[in-house]
Write a protein that binds this ligand. Structure first.
Ligand SMILES: [Zn+2]
Length: 483
């Protein structure tokens, strides 16, 4: 703690600011021509790290301003309005900085002792520039939703998981990891129960405006979401149910002609919101039966739920849907009795144990197994859920690759199109038995993007598995102590 001596760093901040001002002026006006492409990428990465380290300094200065009662003496009363008036920040930006300071700043106790940051690991990674402000904001959000009475070590493990992911992953994935953590530290639904969720449900259709349009808002349950996602995956695709295009494919068409659909998709100028509107409109037309919507990418238009056998046995935890959502195990089982979604159960190694059947399926078992195993597009970094993916042959069918599970993988249309034998193309391989990702699909980027040629896997859809492994241990200890 001494190395962070207050006087030393405070002087440093003034010098640092002067140096950054001089340097940024020279870089802004200097030519970048002499740098290679790789240099430019490296410069962008190093600049990003510097910016993160600089923004981590905010907390020290905010604490210093508060210790000197600057918000009160400036007439701003509170620290958020003080930051807004001093720095010209939006209310949101100022609030985020204050929130981060409360969790990542070090405060002096009335006794004169320096109290370490509430989220010490997060603060450390922020200061070294390993994680961004967006990561920190999302971590705080998840940590604030954890039950207050969980043991300190479980809380520390949750922070470890979030910081560990932030070092290698995107801030956008943190809420999803947070839902996974919450489902596992709160398996009995003490904090967010199915009953709580049901109490919050509601849809409000606003009064029609003078132009006849109505505003719609509200909250829907994970179960309704899973059903809507399944319908939208088919009916809200470009080229489907377009009310601007009489020749687009209608909801009642059982077997979609891919040529007609592609032509309609090329003419489709709607955004995602307009496509969802038209899908709902099509679903409510006379003669359209949601249970008879045919198939989408080879599977019936139904919610597809995947759960682990361990969660199924203890009746707690979460099932994932093909569109990347979460449903509690209890609700998933209720759905399985009532609306008969397609159900896939995985063993401890993440391999399919049981695949629910549906009489209308032609050859769906492999695709279902792929949804359970891959959960989404397998190209590293892609977040397309399984409902947006096509089945891809790892070794091309034309060159003798069999249509076996071991040679099949999920890829979204965009990533699928990147695979080819040219120098600019991506290649796919099955990870060998020496790899920790044995049996999964590895993607090799073109030399221009990754000169190493090392195959890499996509972990974005598998966070639930490692969250489960890390959290379950401490929860079991907690459970046995409580019992
Ligand atoms: Zn993809």
């Amino acid at each position: 703690m001494d190395s962070k001596g207050v006087t030393l760093n405070a002087c440093g901040i003034a010098e640092l600011a002067a140096a950054v001002e001089t340097l940024s002026a020279s870089v802004l006006h200097g030519s970048l021509n002499r740098f290679s492409d790789a240099d430019v990428v490296e410069l962008m990465q190093r600049l990003e790290t510097c910016k993160r380290q600089l923004s981590a300094l905010d907390s020290r200065l905010i604490i210093e301003a508060c210790n000197r009662s600057l918000p009160a003496s400036s007439g701003a009363k509170d620290v958020v309005p003080f930051l807004r008036q001093t720095l010209g920040l939006s209310r949101y930006d100022a609030s985020v900085r204050v929130k981060i300071t409360r969790q990542c700043g070090e405060f002096f106790e009335p006794t004169g002792h320096l109290r370490p940051a509430a989220l010490e690991k997060t603060a450390e990674a922020y200061e070294t520039g390993d994680i961004s402000r967006d990561h920190v904001r999302n971590i705080i959000d998840v940590m604030n939703h954890l039950p207050t009475d969980i043991p300190t070590e479980t809380r520390a493990e949750a922070e470890d998981i979030l910081v560990g992911h932030s070092r290698i992953g995107w801030p956008d994935d943190l809420p999803k990891i947070g839902r996974d953590i919450l489902a596992r530290v709160d398996p009995d639904g003490k904090v967010v129960s199915d009953a709580d969720r049901r109490r919050r449900r509601g849809l409000i259709l606003g009064r029609p405006g003078v132009d006849g349009m109505s505003w719609i808002e509200g909250w829907i349950t994970p179960e309704l979401r899973a059903l809507l996602d399944a319908v939208f995956a088919k009916l809200a695709r470009p080229g489907m149910c377009n009310i601007d295009d009489a020749d687009s494919v209608a909801a009642t068409v059982k077997i979609v002609d891919s040529k007609v659909l592609e032509a309609a998709a090329r003419r489709d100028r709607r955004d995602a919101g307009q496509r969802a509107h038209d899908a709902l409109f099509a679903l409510l037309q006379p003669g359209v039966d949601p249970a008879k919507l045919g198939s989408h990418r080879g599977l019936p238009v139904q919610a597809i739920l995947t759960m682990s056998v361990a969660d199924l046995e203890r009746g707690a935890g979460v099932a994932t849907t093909a569109s990347g959502g979460h449903v509690s195990i209890n609700e998933a089982l209720k759905m399985a009795e009532g609306t008969r979604p397609v159900l896939a159960v995985l063993d401890a190694n993440g391999l399919p144990l049981y695949l629910g059947r549906c009489e209308r399926l032609a050859t769906p078992a492999q695709r279902l197994a792929l949804i359970a195993r891959d959960k989404g597009c397998t190209r590293p970094g892609c977040d397309a859920p399984a409902s947006m993916c096509a089945v891809h042959h790892i070794t091309d069918w034309a060159t003798g690759g069999p249509t076996d599970l071991t040679n099949l993988t999920l890829a979204c249309d965009h990533c699928h199109a990147l695979v080819n034998d040219s120098a600019e193309g991506w290649r796919t391989v099955v990870m060998g038995k020496d790899s920790p990702y044995r049996g999964r699909t590895g993607w090799i980027a073109p030399k221009r993007l990754d000169p190493t040629g090392i195959p890499r896997v996509n972990d974005r859809h598998h966070v639930g598995q490692w969250v489960a492994a890390a959290i379950d241990f401490s929860c079991r200890r907690w459970g046995s102590r409580a019992a």
